[in-house]
Every structure is written in C-alpha cells, then in structure tokens.
Design a protein around this ligand. Structure first.
Ligand code: TEU
Length: 570
C-alpha cells in the first residue's frame, strides 16, 4: 500500500452486496460470494472497494435500514465472513470502505423498539425525533415535511398506555421503517463513535457516510414548502449549463451543526492512523449545492472526500461537461480536497442507459417500461466515452459494480419483483432504483449467469445478458471489460488523477479537450467528442487508448474519447 493520502487519486469500486455474487445459492449476494470474486477487482485494477450496507436489517430499504450496526445480516453472512473479506481484500492490495447509515436506524433497531414502548418525553424517545401532532387531538403531523421516498415524513405511533393510535409522531426522511435519529442527543453521538471504532478495529479503511447532509435538522423543525429531490429528477431551477445535480435542500438538510459531528468522527479515525496505512477516510454522500457548500464537508479536520454527483444530471453536451469539471475542480481545490467523479451508483439509472436517452440528464431516479426506451448501443458508446474522460480527470473516481461490463439498466422489471420503497411510496410515480440493482452476470453459459450456484437471482436478469457476462468479455479485445482494465492500468502506470489539468482549446464546441500530467510527467491529452460528427486529432498524435475505434482517416468519431500522447505546445 502507498502510505500517502491514498483517497486523493483512488478508483473506488462500489459493491452492492445483494447483487454482486452469491456464495450460498439463495439468490441474494453475500459476503463469501464477494470474497470469492475479489480477484476480479484486483485484475480490474481498482484501488479500493466500498460495500453498501450488509448489517443486520429487515431489508425494507435494501439494508439502508440498519437494526444492528455491529453485526452482519444472516442474509449476507457473519462477522467472521466480514473479517475474511477484509483480510482477502487487503492481501490483494484493495482497501475496504464500509457504508455507515447514521441519519436513521431501522424501526427494528432495539432503540426504536424501546422508544415505542416508552412514554413521550422519555430518554428512550429522545434518541429519535418524536413530536406531538398538531390539531385538536394531535391528529395532524407536526410539520409539513415530505419523505424523499414519497408521502409524508411523519408516522403516528400508538399511545403506549392505551395501545390506541393516538400517540406522538416520529420523523422519517425516508421510509416509515427508517426513523430519523436525533443528533443533538449526546447518546446518539457516543454510540456512532463507538460503531466507527468497532469497524476500524476490524480493519476497514474508511466509511461512506449515508445522507451525510441530513443528520442535523433546523431548530424548531419549521414547515417547508420547497420540493424534495427525488420527485422527478428534473431540477426546474437549474442553470442551462453547469452543475445541475438533483440536490436536497430545506430545513432538513445541510445545516451548519452537522460539521461538528464529522470533526468528532475525524478525531476517532485519527486514533487509528498507524502511520503505515495512513489515515482512514470518510466520504460524504451529500446531495448539496452549490459545490462550494459540498466542499464544506471536506476540510482538513473533517471528511477527506464528498461525492460529486454533477455528472448524473448532465446532458450529453461538451459545454456542460466543461462547466461541471471546472466548477468541481474550483470548489474542491479551494479547500485543498480531491475532486470526485461519479457516473453511476445504486440510486440512479446506469449511465449506459442514461446516456442512451433522448435527454440524458432528465431521469436520474429510475425508468419505467412505459418511458421511451434508451438506445442501448448509443448509451454504451457514450458510457465508455464518459468513463475514459472521467478516469483521466484529477481526483478520485467511483465505479459502480457492473459498469465495467457495460451493463444497462433493467427497464422492464415487472411490478411484483420490485422492492424499492421509492416505487411504492410514490404510488409508482417514481420508477425506483431496482433496475440498476440486478444481480451481475459472471458466466454466460450458467443458469442465472453464474451469479449463484443454483441459478437463483433475487431480481430477474434480462435474457440478453449472456453477452455482458464477465467470462464472455475477459480476454476479448475491444470488450468493455478489457477497455476498463486497460484504462485503469494506464491510469495507474501514468499516475493519472494526481495533478491538475490544462484545457486545450481549438477543437470546436462539441469537444472536451485537456492536457493532464501524470506523476512521472508522462502527460496525456484527453479528447472527448460529444458531438455528432468526427473531429480530427492533433497531427502526429499517438493514441494510447480510445473508447471506440478511430475512423479510417484517424479522426475521432462522434461519442468517443481518446487518450493521446501529443507534443507539448512550445
Ligand atoms: O441515498 C440518499 C438519497 O436518496 C437522497 O439523499 C437524495 O435526495 C436522492 O438520492 C437525490 O435524488 C442514500 C442511499 O444511497 C439510498 O440507497 C438510501 O435509500 C437512502 O440513503 C436512505 O438511507
């Protein structure tokens, strides 16, 4: 392991445990399944993995509803399996980040069960956000907040003395099975610092912090008439060019007090800085805008990274890509933090499909069978171009499992297999996130494409996925898997990601072009053609890698990125 601040340039691969690989044949992925497939990630050439939650959970929100932060859900294995996974990853040179869900617990968490049984005003209730209702008999919710998953953000509980549904209300920014914790309560703070230590002692290299911008709510919980983010993905107020991420705002998000929490966490992480593997990292999942607000989470005494979601809602447009890149680098450079880049994750439409839509940035949160279907060939072509662009940018890049196979979104999942609460709570107004969570295809010829030994898969895979299977692509020149491997190898060998960039002008409005410098001085010129006609490359350019074959005359075709070695301008 390099001992430097590894997260600054790391390529971090997101594993969604229920859909990565199944070790026990029940159709749901698990930790032993992951451990057995870690070689794939070492061969891919990533630096670290981030595991979405595998803790004990009733799985109402796919594990983002945690009932016990110090245990592994039997669905995924045991604590010993987690230890084995961490050990194997480290042996392969991969760091391990785990997901921490501090905004809310599961309603099955012991604390919430105690709170339900306890009286209003009790210390048990004070760990969550219980309030009396409004109206003559408390029959109206305490304020007008809406849940991000749809419906209201409050649920009324039984009066513990009478058992009648006449009790207080509790706040849940997400599903009703995910009650929000009260982070003004010192007990809550102490508990999570201890949870951090629990996993740090087990050897994890850091944490991805779920809904990092949501922990502290505005005092008095004032009404709010703004829009919650996960409504349609479209952001009506967004500027024409520049970052247009669907972000969360209002009195439930990005309150100043939240930063105290992470400063305390950073001190906990620093206790585990052994000088050898260097500091462990905190990564904020915070949907806040503008990016200068996001940068507030990544100060020297706070987190090391925050996800930059700007690409998720970008159009396929060179001016917008340039604006997003400039804005991101400027905001994060200002605080000395590394930029981060994300094209896909478990909450949004896979970029292979998103970029094949008529309006690529318009639908981050799921697609319906009734939506105009993405053009998969075009989407994959653009996805590869976007990936090659991203992997040359300064900073740290995230890769979501399956994108190295070119997997598209599953857009035609039947209702009865869907599990995303956002789909149900919005009464199907949201297509939900199941379509990007389909189990991975490993072996073209095996039942369930080798996801599990029995062929079982918790969500059905499209029949055409044999072509995407890892074994069908491995060793095949031009396959998406070999393309990712080559890009990651070049990135590593050239030390890309470490330094700034210099824009290269003169290629026309549809081209994003910049020069990057590797740590060894072996810079590259990156040329991405987001337009619809081919564009010439500089004379004498040596193409190191391109996302699609060049034209016969050596020009860069539409929807293609190339890494080239070109003479420095005098
Ligand atoms: O997602 C956070 C989340 O959904 C919102 O903060 C954000 O408003 C939205 O995505 C923007 O459109 C995290 C997890 O990634 C997700 O899987 C969980 O369901 C959610 O938290 C609740 O834990």
């Amino acid at each position: 392991f390099p001992t430097a601040e590894w997260w600054r340039t790391a390529v971090i691969y997101q594993i969604y445990p229920r859909s990565f690989a199944d070790g026990n044949g029940d159709g749901v992925g698990d930790l032993p399944g992951i451990t057995a497939r870690l070689d794939h990630l070492a061969a891919l050439g990533v630096d670290a993995v981030w595991l979405s939650p595998f803790y004990r959970s009733p799985q109402r929100d796919a594990g983002y509803d945690v009932a016990d932060y110090r245990d592994v859900d039997p669905l995924f294995g045991t604590l010993a399996d987690a230890d084995a996974l961490i050990a194997r990853a480290h042996a392969l040179g991969l760091r391990v980040l785990v997901d921490l869900v501090p905004n809310h617990t599961s309603s099955q968490h012991a604390w919430f069960q105690e709170a339900l049984a306890a009286a209003p005003g009790s210390p048990e209730r004070a760990r969550y956000i219980f309030r009396d209702g409004r109206g003559e008999h408390g029959e109206l919710p305490p304020n007008n907040w809406a849940s991000i998953f749809g419906g209201r953000a409050w649920t009324r509980v039984a009066d513990p003395r009478t058992g009648a549904q006449t009790g207080q209300w509790y706040l849940h920014l997400f599903d009703s099975s995910q009650p929000d914790l009260d982070w003004t309560n010192p007990q809550v703070r102490a508990e999570f610092e201890d949870v951090l230590r629990f996993w740090l002692r087990r050897g994890v290299d850091g944490f991805r912090v779920d809904v990092a911008h949501g922990l502290v709510k505005a005092e008095g919980l004032p009404d709010w008439d703004g829009q919650v983010a996960m409504v349609d993905g479209a952001d009506p107020g967004a500027p024409e060019d520049g970052a247009t991420a669907a972000t969360d705002s209002g009195p439930m998000f990005d309150q100043d007090g939240v930063h105290d929490i992470y400063r305390a966490w950073r001190r906990v992480l620093d206790e585990f800085d052994d000088g050898e593997r260097h500091a462990r990292a905190l990564v904020a999942e915070a949907w806040v805008e503008p990016l200068s607000r996001l940068a507030r989470y990544v100060r020297d005494d706070e987190m090391q990274q925050a996800f930059n979601f700007s690409f998720l809602t970008s159009k396929w447009d060179a001016a917008q890509y340039r604006a997003v890149i400039t804005e991101s680098l400027t905001a994060l450079d200002a605080v000395g933090a590394p930029a981060t880049w994300v094209l896909s994750n478990h909450d949004v439409v896979r970029h292979t499909s998103r970029l094949g839509l008529a309006e690529p940035g318009s639908r981050p949160n799921g697609l319906f069978a009734t939506d105009p279907q993405p053009d998969e060939a075009l989407g994959l072509r653009r996805a590869r171009a976007a990936t090659l662009l991203m992997l040359a940018l300064p900073g740290s890049a995230y890769v979501y499992q399956g994108e190295e196979l070119g997997l598209p979104e599953h857009t035609t999942l039947p209702d009865d297999v869907r599990e995303d609460p956002a789909y149900f709570r919005t009464e199907h107004a949201e297509a939900g996130r199941d379509g990007c969570r389909v189990p991975l295809p490993w072996e073209a010829g095996a039942p369930g494409f080798g996801f599990s030994a029995t062929g079982a898969t918790w969500l059905p895979q499209p029949s055409g996925w044999a072509a995407y299977a890892a074994d069908a692509q491995s060793g095949v020149p031009g396959s998406t898997l070999e393309f990712y491997r080559a890009a990651l190898r070049e990135r590593r060998e050239r030390g890309l990601g470490g330094n700034g960039l210099a824009w290269v002008d003169g290629s026309g409005p549809d081209v994003v072009a910049f020069r990057t410098l590797g740590a060894d001085g072996r810079g590259l010129v990156v040329v991405a053609n987001l337009g619809s006609t081919a564009t010439p490359l500089p004379a004498g350019a040596r193409v190191v890698l391109s996302s699609a074959p060049l034209a016969a005359d050596g020009a860069l075709p539409a929807d293609t990125t190339a890494w080239i070695e070109a003479e420095r301008p005098a």
